[in-house]
Design a protein around this ligand. Sequence first.
Ligand code: NDP
Ligand code: MG
Ligand code: MG
Length: 339
Amino acid sequence: MAKMYYEKDCDLSYLDGKKIAIIGYGSQGHAHAMNLKDSGCDVCVGLRQGSKNWANAEKAGLQVKTVEEAAQWGDIVMILINDEVQAEVYKKSIAPNLSSGNMLMFAHGFNIRYQQIVPPADVDVVMIAPKGPGHTVRSTYVNGKGVPCLIAVEQNATGDAYKLGLAYAAGIGGARGGVMETTFHDETETDLFGEQAILCGGVVELMKLGFETLVEAGYEPENAYFECIHEMKLIIDLINKGGVAAMNYSISDTAEYGEYVSGPRVLPYEETKKNMKAVLKDIQDGTFAGKWIAENKNGRTFFNSMRANLAKHQMETVGAELRKNMIWGGDTDLDTASN
Ligand code: NDP
Ligand code: MG
Ligand code: MG
């Protein structure tokens, strides 16, 4: 069983007198910075010159410095910029400003796991990876809850890496949900697998194919949107709350029977498992990482064309219209940061 830590196992006071530099103010950056500030920590945000988020962070009452200044200022430097630019920014602006005994932090292990960043031996290297989007890290904290986190220690140069890491997890509210101990290796591989096979890749493909199947059969696209896309969250909320049993309790027996007979038809067991194993293998042997690094070096042609095509898909355009007219005016959670 994995080792779990909760608030009682974390001592926020280890962060007393520690300066925490949060590099980046996107999805995770704004949430970590604001939660830590509200937890009483000494925080500053590090941004590139001319960043559109400079004013947003200041408006939130945070002090803002350039990436170089923040890395220099911080005893703890948490890197919350896009994974694909971290290595470059680290080499240019962070590494020259790290001091012996500092703690370098990540929210995802990609750059350490695939050796894009190789920190000096005299700093702690710790990951606190929230298992949820940044905007949820903020909204749950404000509501007295928290997004569960993973903790991993790659280097424990000072001997304090665990207690500081756990204090940080408590500071962003993660310890309220639970902090699971893992390694950079396992976090990176499971995170990439989860988002590719299930959470993002799998779910989007499933919804898109379902939507298209209904529309191609002549049903209204609005109906297809409600059925295949809108309801997904309602169903997932039930599973999130009480497991598949809670969903099955809430849905009709007809729906549950359909689940058993048609689920495996849509996702044939042997074939789907085989494909999932192939996706995992590409992650484990570095094939996926190599392709993603190359895609970024080559101007993201594939990535950009896929994004543009998806934006034009009818499930997106119909959905945007329907959400606009929902009485609560759609989801405002995403407005907290402007990225
Ligand atoms: P975002 O894309 O939301 O944030 C990007 C931030 O990085 C922005 O503030 C942006 O600056 C800054 N940035 C980008 N390029 C540069 C650059 N060249 N120099 C300086 N700053 C730059 O990132 P996320 O919050 O999604 O991801 C941050 C980390 O958290 C990643 O390691 C990710 O894997 C991890 N993570 C993310 C989750 C999520 O919910 N998104 C979940 C769990 C982990 P500017 O403000 O100027 O645009
Ligand atoms: Mg991820
Ligand atoms: Mg139904």
